[in-house]
Write a protein that binds this ligand. Structure first.
Ligand code: GRF
Length: 204
């Protein structure tokens, strides 16, 4: 088997998607290994969970840097020191600059709780319910400069059911996020993704 791709996960919070990636990557035939987890928030719950799974953790606290540029330089320096092939953003709540994103172009992915390009941004579940939309879901996409935009790797559709509130809907979507993200990372890490303009072509 060819060497596993080295992946770093960026988080800001509870890290349930991060856990799904770590668990998937424990399988011998998974094409990637999770090398490190980085949080911009020292209190992120996911840091403890990653450490308990034996993964290297690092805090790069944006509040301790004078500028976004300094924060991103520190972040990039650490990520490069880990010799990563790919970055997986998993609930990472910091907007990254065009310059940072350019450095990781086609090597950084994100998971978003909506069927993009619908419902970019925050509070997707509340907005879906307010609009009376019947089909919701989650998307894994390559990171581009515009927030929650970028070539789509994979999506899962989730129904909106009568009686749903934001919590029940979020929970239904999250179950699918935890399935979708490891699948999408595996596609990328095993080289089964070709980027053709704004579109991702996948092969089996
Ligand atoms: C997920 O819903 C993800 O799609 C979004 O932020 C949430 C993070 O949750 N980007 P977790 O930290 O992975 O539990």
């Amino acid at each position: 088997m060819t060497a596993k791709k080295r992946v770093g996960v960026l988080i800001s919070g509870r890290g349930s998607n991060m856990m799904a990636l770590i668990e998937a990557a424990r399988h011998a035939n998974y094409p990637a290994e999770i090398v490190c987890v980085v949080s911009n928030r020292p209190e992120a719950e996911g840091l403890k969970r990653a450490a308990a799974m034996g993964i290297a953790t690092k805090i790069v606290d944006h509040k301790t840097y004078a500028s976004r540029e300094d924060f991103e330089t520190a972040l990039d320096d650490y990520l490069r020191s880990q010799r990563l092939d790919f970055l997986a953003l998993a609930g990472f709540m910091r907007v990254l600059s065009v310059e940072f994103i350019a450095k990781w172009r086609d090597r950084a992915i994100n998971i978003h709780p909506s069927l993009l390009p619908a419902y970019r941004g925050l509070h997707t579940h509340e907005r879906v319910l307010a609009d009376g939309v019947k089909a919701h879901g989650c998307t894994v996409h390559l990171v581009r400069a515009e927030l929650d935009n970028g070539p789509i790797i994979a999506q899962t559709r989730v129904p909106v059911l009568p009686g749903d509130d934001a919590e029940t809907l979020a929970a239904r979507v999250l179950i699918e996020e935890h399935r979708l993200y490891p699948q999408a990372l595996a596609l990328l890490a095993s080289g089964r993704i070709r980027i053709d303009g704004d579109q991702v072509k996948t092969s089996s």
